[in-house]
Every structure is written in structure tokens, then in C-alpha cells.
Design a protein around this ligand. Sequence first.
Ligand SMILES: *Cc1c(COP(=O)(O)O)cnc(C)c1O
Length: 212
Amino acid sequence: MNLEKYSQIKDWCDNNNATLIAVSKTKPAADILVLYNEGQRDFGENYVQELVEKEIDLPKDIRWHFIGHLQSNKVKYIAPFVHLIHGVDSEKLLKEINKQGEKLNKKIDCLLQVHIAAEETKFGFDEMEIAKIDTSNYPFAVVKGFMGMASNTEDKNKIMQEFNSLHLIDEQFKIAHPEATILSMGMSGDYEMAVKAGSNMVRIGSLIFGRR
Ligand SMILES: *Cc1c(COP(=O)(O)O)cnc(C)c1O
């Protein structure tokens, strides 16, 4: 854990109008509490079981961001308390989130994950698929914007191109969906570029918590 680095990044994010999500996956609740005591409230987790256990142990005013790949059959475990689901990568998942939200009478905020990287393995929609989604079908799964991950490459031009492509999709979508105000792009290795390309929410793990 690097508290000095955390303060630097937090200041940088504040100065650049970006929300900092501290990505705490695989790290113990004690580490989360240290940052909590520094004032951090937004934390990101990737695994349902791990998140559910941490939520029980930790303060209730933490805003939990689910940033991993979410299986439809597990939505019900996080629906009651999750603040924002970043990785909505299929309409099936959106439908299930809507269903669980309706049961709880709670609007659940979501981001659509868009496939911007060249790699085959990354989950997400492409631009054409986004255009086909009718968000009015899902009143309890509120699409607040987009999440994307750039390719894992040294090629900065390529990374910028990928971030810019999602920024464009976001700008387009916002015309008809003014509630979509969040663009979640940028991790430890590329968050400065992401914010330059229009991101207003970054998800940072290893720079703050150390290697996993
Ligand atoms: C793990 C993870 C992060 C954080 O990655 P770091 O490189 O450790 O900052 C961000 N976003 C997603 C979706 C992740 O799975």
C-alpha cells in the first residue's frame, strides 16, 4: 500500500474532474479501511463473493463499484447494495439487473462495457450493438454511461485511439440520454491518457495497493 501515491493520484483526479475508484480486488478489508480513513469512499471489486464478504465487514457508506465480469445468476447477491455496475456487457445482463432492481424497487446504475481493445478476450458491446439497445425497456437498470479498457500495449497512439473511440460513442449516446454522464476509462498504466481523452472516472488498483 502506497499512501503517498494515493494522495498524489487523488489530488490529480480532483484537479482533473475525475472520480477515483480504488480497485481493492484480492486485497484485505484492512487495506480498504486504511484508505477509508483517508477519506476514500469509492472502491472497485471484481468478484461477487469477495465483494459480498467485504460489504458485510466494512462501513456502510462505502460506494461499491462492481468492475469485473458479472454473470447474470449472481446479480441478485450484489443488487441490494451495489453503487454502480461497470461491466454490463450483454443485454441479457442488463435485463437481469433490471429484474433484480424491480424486485428491490431500487434503480441500479450501470455502465455499458464497450469493446475498444484489439484483444479478442475482452468482454463488451461494439458500437452497432449499443445503437440497438432501447434503454426504456430497463427502467430499473439505469445506463449512466460507458466503461472501456484499452489494449495492454506500449503503443500510446493506439491506446489514445481506443480511448478516443469510446469518448465519441459516449458523446453520441449522450445526445438522446442526458442522464449518461459517466465515462469510466483508465487504470494504473493509462489513467492520465484516459482522462485526456474524456474519461471522468478512473479505476486504479496496483499503483495504490501494490502488485496483486
Ligand atoms: C483490476 C482492474 C483495474 C485496476 O487495474 P490496475 O492496473 O491494478 O490499476 C481496473 N479496471 C478493471 C476492469 C480491472 O479488472
